[in-house]
Write a protein that binds this ligand. Structure first.
Ligand code: FAD
Length: 428
């Protein structure tokens, strides 16, 4: 490392220390930081500046307690209602439906209770260490203040418990603290909320990120200070030597590597396909509005269960984020989806001032079972895949980074069973 620090010895069992990470989102940058700690010489390449993909605009929920998958028994029954509600959280332009169908079938299969229990365990293993896995990276980067354990609140205008019996079972099995609270208690926890909320679920051990973009940028700056290279360029493919990938091809030339980490988010399949892994990775497009000077600022992140969107106090103002739009990677944003969030936000926070609003759309990289692929390539042992973090990439990124560093070093991760994240689960 630069600055007089000593670098860890070259990892055993690996020929060559040069690792190229494709993708400077939160997953690629956390991987880069942990690869450096494992003694690798790291280059990160992205066609954008660090953190300008999906990681730019998420809702900031840092959720060790996120153990309830999105595909649950009965979720499908809500789909027609969501689709026909003009303010609903789901958008599925018919033109994309034929392409989406195989993914949708996989998503439906993942909602079987036995699958849900399996997926939940894998979510817990990846999410539970989030604070502890970010801590050394953020401390080194001077960004420890960016992630705060505030708790998270879920609210509904309907009375009764928010969790289904299965969701409750999953949280209990994982040992997640979650407290059902009444309408008056909801307003005690968050006084800026409208009076119509009649029930809540409080997760005291979850937290929030005060600026998801800044988390990526401070970590990327630290990767550079520690001797890594952060480069701009779009990777089009790979140069092979004797069947082994040895360099990434960009419009500005080649970047040679000994090891490759593919962390290109929703765009990963275009590159993984060239390396022998073709998976159904869907761009699950989400939107946000960030309101600068919103008036009374909520103190805790709140997810509105009725309208399926999240709200979070951030450095830049109050962020409202959500929506699942299945329109493919390249369709232009439908900014109506962002304005719907604003409409919901005004109902949720009666004192909200919405004079200064910015809008954003980003593509969640989502595989049919909602879990990422974190695995060494079956065809190319010098390639590690790390993509598909769907709704939980901010939460899962640092644990992913640790796994990536182990896999690149030829080690079996000791603290986590990586079988649920294997690419082979999608083998035909
Ligand atoms: C509205 C919304 C709210 C969310 N809320 C939360 C939340 O509260 N908590 C949470 O944990 N997660 C949340 N998420 C999910 C989280 O943001 C994502 O899972 C995460 O950002 C994915 O990170 P990534 O690094 O895999 O992808 P990205 O951040 O998209 O990074 C991938 C990078 O790869 C680059 N790239 C792609 N192809 C190439 C190429 N060929 N050559 C060079 N570079 C390339 C891209 O430019 C991009 O920068 C939310 C997502 C959305 C959309």
């Amino acid at each position: 490392m630069s600055g007089g620090q000593t670098r860890a010895p070259a990892p055993a069992g690996t020929a060559g220390r040069r690792v190229l990470v494709v993708g400077a989102g939160i997953v690629g940058i956390c991987s880069a930081a942990y690869l450096q700690r494992a003694g690798f010489q790291v280059t990160v390449v992205d066609r954008l500046a660090p953190g300008e993909g999906c990681s730019f605009g998420n809702a900031g929920n840092v959720s060790p307690g996120a153990v309830v998958p999105y595909s649950m028994p009965g979720t499908l029954l809500n789909v027609p209602r969501w689709l026909f509600d003009p303010l609903g959280p789901l958008s599925l332009p018919p033109a994309h439906l034929p392409k989406l169908l195989p993914w949708l079938l996989g998503w439906m299969a993942a909602s079987r209770p036995s699958q849900v229990r399996r997926i939940s365990k894998a979510m817990h293993a990846l999410h539970q260490p989030v604070f502890e896995a970010y801590a050394p990276l953020l401390a080194a980067a001077g960004g420890s203040d960016l992630i705060v354990m505030t708790g998270q609140l879920y609210v509904s205008s309907k009375p009764g418990p928010l969790d289904s019996p299965l969701a409750r079972e999953l949280r209990q099995a994982a040992g997640i603290r979650a407290e059902d609270i009444s309408g008056p208690q909801v307003r005690e926890v968050e006084p800026t909320l409208a009076p119509h909320f009649q029930s809540g679920l409080l997760l005291p051990d979850n937290g929030t990120c005060l600026n998801p973009h800044r988390v990526v940028t401070v970590l990327a700056e630290q990767v550079a200070r520690d001797g890594g290279a952060i480069r701009r360029g779009a990777v089009r493919g790979f140069r092979m030597e004797a069947g082994v990938p040895v360099a990434a091809l960009t419009e500005d030339g080649e970047i040679a590597f000994d090891r490759l980490v593919l962390a290109a988010g929703a765009w990963s399949n275009a590159l993984s396909r060239q390396l022998g892994l073709d998976v159904r990775l869907e761009a699950e497009r989400g939107y946000h509005v960030t309101i600068a000077d919103p008036g009374p600022m909520p103190r805790i992140p709140v997810t509105n269960r009725d309208s399926s969107f999240a709200t979070a106090p951030m450095e830049m103002g109050l962020r409202l984020a959500g929506t699942a739009e299945y329109a493919g990677l390249d369709a232009p944003p439908n900014w109506r989806r962002a304005r719907i969030l604003l409409e919901h936000g005004r109902r949720m926070y009666p004192g909200l001032s919405t004079a200064r609003v910015s809008e954003w759309m980003g593509c969640r990289p989502t595989l049919p079972d909602g879990l990422p692929i974190i695995d060494r390539s079956a065809r190319h042992p010098n390639v590690v895949f790390a993509f598909g973090h769907s709704h939980f990439g901010l939460t899962a990124a640092p644990a992913t980074g640790r796994i990536v560093a182990d896999l690149a070093a030829g080690r079996t991760p000791q603290s986590i069973d990586i079988a649920p994240y294997r690419a082979s689960r999608f083998a035909a």
